[in-house]
Design a binder for this molecule. Structure first.
Ligand SMILES: Cc1ncc(COP(=O)(O)O)c(C=O)c1O
Length: 418
């Protein structure tokens, strides 16, 4: 991409939605079927569409990789709830990241926050370089973005909240510096979902999601999406969507669209649950630190109040447990409602140890520099009942931290006695 055909050539024009979030989630991109009146759209599995003469398709569709009704409807719904003019869906969140990076010309430079999702870090460090795109990471992007900007810098990548340390970035502050240099700003909004945060409203140029998480919300679809306002960006990314072909199936698009219709209900409930769990963790003697943007103790709470709907903290919490990595692993064994598994944002609660699971690929020193210590545990709160989740966390803490001390004590006694 050259300086002249930079995507920020069209002033962002966000459509002004008439309706509120829940109404948009239920109705955007959801036309009744014109032939049968079906209230829920049919799944259009056909890979190809008949033409009445050469180059004259019956409707607007020709071949399903290029576009199909279910993907179109899903994309319209995401655009509506992200306050964007356009949205494009891809076969995964990772494919979305890859395609945005591929849209940059060889020789381009990217500035990224340090604590990005492990797979994003892997793409930035091991794949982007192969097509001539170099990435500089910084843990304090608001402070030192100017220091890293070069003539070749074309893109700034933000994850807010970051995964798994839940640090926040002031999107407006970063975007105002980046835009002075014609640099576009991408925000990975996976951890909050469009219900809690709309990055385009805070100056971002593109917002991306792993749809796999909150937007689909039922842990049964892998998909990604990018939403934005620029016409030239639409042209460029649609071209790559078709040319690379990393597209979601019609069935997955239909499923993800169904999930999206209840996003507001799920995101609210997950926040209620995560808030209860975060407070319980903060009060526990077995925990040394809690990362949750909904807590007043969070170092970026002011940003949450500015950027998140009603200052909501979202459904993700991470914490450092007393007793090191072993205690972190034991905690995951002892929870009964939180399932030990990667991923997040589904209706069911999950738990994981980032240092040996999602972030295992990042070298230890780099991980620890951004707070991903071996004793860090990450939980994704689902939509079960808050009291049950809290009780599950507290009993698992007791077993993971206190039981080994008692067992050691008993062992010690018996040894002494012998
Ligand atoms: C913040 C974030 N971004 C992107 C991704 C990648 O998404 P996917 O797994 O759909 O490729 C993930 C996956 O966990 C993620 O957590």
């Amino acid at each position: 991409m050259t300086q002249t055909d930079h995507p920020i050539d069209t002033p962002p024009r966000a459509p002004s939605p008439v309706h509120r979030f829940g109404t948009l989630a239920v109705h955007a991109g959801s036309p009744h079927d014109p032939s049968t009146g079906a209230v829920i759209e049919p799944i259009s599995l056909s890979t190809t569409f008949a033409q009445t003469a050469v180059g004259k398709p019956v409707g607007i569709y020709e071949y399903s990789r290029s576009s199909n009704p279910n993907r179109d409807n899903f994309e319209k719904a995401v655009a509506a709830i992200e306050h964007a003019k356009y949205a494009l869906a891809f076969s995964s969140g990772s494919a979305t990241t890859a395609i945005i990076l591929q849209s940059l010309a060889s020789g381009s430079h990217v500035i990224s926050v340090s604590d990005v999702y492990g797979g994003t870090h892997r793409y930035f460090t091991q794949v982007a370089k192969a097509h001539g795109v170099n990435v500089t990471f910084t843990p304090e992007i608001e402070v030192d973005i100017s220091k890293y900007i070069k003539p070749e810098t074309k893109l700034v990548w933000i994850e807010s909240p970051s995964n798994p340390t839940l640090r926040l970035v002031d999107i407006r502050a970063v975007a105002s510096v980046a835009h002075q240099h014609g640099i576009m700003v991408v925000v990975d909004n996976t951890f909050l979902s469009p219900y809690v945060q709309n990055p385009l409203d805070h100056g971002a140029d593109i917002v991306v999601h792993s749809v796999t998480k909150y937007i689909n919300g039922h842990s049964d679809v892998v998909m990604g999406v990018a939403a934005f306002n620029s016409d030239s960006m639409k042209e460029r990314l649609s071209f790559l969507q078709n040319a690379i072909g990393a597209v979601p199936s019609a069935f997955d698009s239909w499923l993800a669209h169904r999930g999206l219709k209840t996003l507001h209900l799920r995101a609210r409930e997950a926040t209620v649950n995560a808030t209860a769990v975060a407070h319980a963790l903060e009060a526990s003697p077995h925990v040394t630190a809690v990362n949750y943007p909904g807590l007043d103790s969070h170092p970026h709470r002011k940003i949450a109040l500015k950027q998140h709907r009603n200052g909501m903290g979202g459904g993700m919490v991470s914490f450092r447990i007393k007793g090191g990595h072993e205690a972190a692993e034991r905690f995951c064994q002892y929870t009964s409602l939180f399932t030990l598994a990667e991923s997040l944002g589904g209706i069911e609660s999950l738990v994981e140890v980032p240092s040996s699971m999602t972030h295992a690929g990042i070298p230890k020193e780099q991980r620890e520099a951004v707070g991903v210590f071996d004793d860090l545990v990450r939980v994704s709160c689902g939509i079960e009942d808050a009291e049950d989740l809290k009780a599950d966390v507290l009993q698992a803490l007791e077993k993971a931290v206190v039981w080994p001390k008692i067992t050691n004590g008993i062992n010690g006694l018996s040894t002494n006695g012998a």
